[in-house]
Structures are given as structure tokens and as C-alpha cells.
Design a protein around this ligand. Sequence first.
Ligand SMILES: Cc1cc2nc3c(=O)[nH]c(=O)nc-3n(C[C@H](O)[C@H](O)[C@H](O)COP(=O)(O)OP(=O)(O)OC[C@H]3O[C@@H](n4cnc5c(N)ncnc54)[C@H](O)[C@@H]3O)c2cc1C
Length: 374
Amino acid sequence: MAVMQYTEDHEKFRDRLHRFCMNDVIPCVDQWEKDHMVPKSVWQKMGREGFLCTAVTPEFGGLGGDFLYSVIALEEVAKTNQYGLDAFLHSDIVVPYIDAYGTPEQKHRYLPGCVSGDVITAIAMTEPGTGSDLASMETTATADGDSVIINGTKTFISNGVICDLIVLAAKESTIENPYKSISLYLVDADTPGLKKGEPLDKLGVRSQDTNELFFSNCRVPKANRLGDAGSGFVKLMQKLQQERLLVALLAAFKAEFVLDWTIDHLKKQGAASQAVQFALAEMTTEFRMIRTFLDELVVDHMQGLDVDMETSMAKYSSSEFANRLASRCLDLCGQSGTLEMVPIVRTFRDLKVTPIFAGTNEIMRGIIAKRMGL
Ligand SMILES: Cc1cc2nc3c(=O)[nH]c(=O)nc-3n(C[C@H](O)[C@H](O)[C@H](O)COP(=O)(O)OP(=O)(O)OC[C@H]3O[C@@H](n4cnc5c(N)ncnc54)[C@H](O)[C@@H]3O)c2cc1C
């Protein structure tokens, strides 16, 4: 079995990023939570220091790093116990669409800014009436000369307020088959006809600017389409393996943060009862098992294997485990586990989203069952 192997360069990258997180992220998190927003200057600093879009090739300013750099970036940012600086969404979920499917012209126009943090991206698929069933989306792209005219509303868009560029999924109005009608368009956020909503007031991930996007006769050049008309659904499916693996890892990193904090806290409180000791022993065991599975999947993913079923297993099991663990750890803290000043209260809230996005956990179970031939 191949194992994850971090090199000296990976570790140097981790050390530098860790310092950035200690100096430029952790002291600011409380303010970001209040603002529902992370200042653009932090994204830019993160970009200038080489921590964004590490997979992008040096031709466009990136590091040309392997997936382990993405895993390190996810882990170090997850440990800051905030969600607003949603760098993995930008670096490892949205930008890979441009990197993989963009024309040379599109890549030259956008990738250097994505790497430097001057161009922050969002991906807009979900609509008020369309979540899991993407094929039923209603946002349309209607051809008009060299452009398409976009009409529709997207909702729950992460980085939706701060973004400069949106990868938008819209239906070509002339194509009937819903699975063959979705296209992906690169939409500059300052395009006339696009209006951004205010950040939604959410239960968790409160420092993140999740919002609605309103498209009203928004004219986008056809040259901004990623790939052929109607190829969007397949492209979205192709990129889901990495997205789900990242969310599974994110949940595990946050679970580790909660577990470490709780063990440390309870040790400081003095001798724990056997019930508490057993609870922590069980959670640590389960965490190790999930982490081993995830590490194996990282290697498989890096080798280009089809681990769609396994990443679906990882996504649902890791996110559900992390939510259970966070709830149990708060219980173990007793009354102090209800105080805002206890850091794992925020993690508990932030974890609530992990079973929902990147495909809900029911959808994950459906994929697994299908792959099992059921
Ligand atoms: C904080 C946050 C950030 C987000 N960021 C983004 C973003 O950046 N871009 C974006 O496009 N979207 C984003 N989303 C939206 C997210 O992708 C959707 O919430 C998700 O796809 C689920 O859609 P839904 O909420 O409409 O639920 P629905 O699809 O309506 O599902 C409701 C319930 O029914 C279940 N269900 C649905 N279909 C089935 C089925 N076939 N079988 C069994 N059960 C089923 C679901 O599991 C769920 O429990 C975000 C959401 C949140 C909360």
C-alpha cells in the first residue's frame, strides 16, 4: 500500500503557512465572525506569500505543487478554527475548473490573479429551488451574437460577496436534455446585470460571506464559456472526487482540533472519571481509523485512481463523525461547553455544514449504493 509522504519542501511550506496563520489569521477571527467577511488584504497577503492555488503551474505564477500542498493548506487553515478564509474552495475546488478546462487565453487572463489573491473566486450552482438535483436548475444562458444573456438567481454562494470571478452553472436555453444543457461560464463580478446579495446570517461558518447572486439580463461573452456548450454537468461530476475528499479531510482536521482541545482542557481540570476517559479513548480510536482511510484516499487520488465511491464513503463518515465528536466533546466540558469563549463551540457550529455541502450525505449514500450495484 502506498503511503502519504511529505518531503522537506512540504514541511517548509507547512511551517511558513503555520506562521502566517498565527500572525495574520488567528488574531483577526473574532472580528471576521462579526463582519461575516474576511478582508481582501488577507487573501492578497496569503496569495503573495504563495499559499493560494499551489497546484497552478509556475507559468501562471503558481507553485506547480502536488495535492499534498493542498492538504497541508487545508489542514493549517482548518486549525485556525474559522471558516471565512475559505482558501481551499478557491484554490482547490474553483480554480481547478479554470486550470483544467480553460483556454490558454482564459488561463492567462485569470490564473495569475487567482494565485496572487487579487482575483477571488466562487462557484455558483445552487439556486433557491435547486440543491442536490442540479439538473433542475433554472438559470438560463440565452445566445445573443457573441454573448449569452444570463438570467436567474443563485443562492448559498461561498465567497459570494468578496469574489471577483464566478464559475457559473447555467442552462443553455436551446438544449432540452437537462444533463446536456448546463454550461459553465466565467463571469466577472463587475459585469452589469449581476447583483450580489448581503451575507446570509447563518448558524455556523459565520465569518464566511455566503450570499445570493442575482443575474438579470447579464451579458457574458461566449468566449468566457469553459469548454463546449452543455458540457458543464460532466465537468461538475469530474471535479467532485477532489471536492468530497477535501470536505472529508476538512471535517477530520476540525475533529482533531476539537479532540486535542478537549483532551488538553480536561487534563487541566484534573483526574477524569473512567466514563470520560473511555469516551476520549473511543473518539481517538475512531479518529485514527478515519484518518488512515483518508490518508489512503489521498494517495489513490494523487495516483489518478477512480475513488468516487470511497470519497463518498469518506465524506459522509468523516463529516458525521466530526459532528458527533464535537457534540460529545461539548458535553464532556459540562456547563463551560455552552460558553462562546470556549473555542470548540464555534467548531461545533461550523461543522454543521459538512454533511450538507459538496453533496449531502444522503446523496453520498446513494452513490455508494449505486456503485455496490444495489
Ligand atoms: C454554508 C454553505 C455554503 C455553500 N456554498 C455553496 C457554494 O459555494 N456554491 C454552491 O453552488 N452551493 C453552495 N451551497 C449549497 C449546497 O451545495 C446545497 O445546500 C446542497 O447541494 C444541498 O442542497 P439543498 O440545501 O437545496 O438541499 P436539498 O437538495 O433540497 O435536500 C434537502 C434534504 O433532502 C435530502 N435529499 C435530497 N435529494 C435526495 C435524494 N435523491 N435521496 C435522498 N435524500 C435526498 C438531502 O440529503 C437533504 O437532507 C452551500 C451551502 C451552505 C449551507
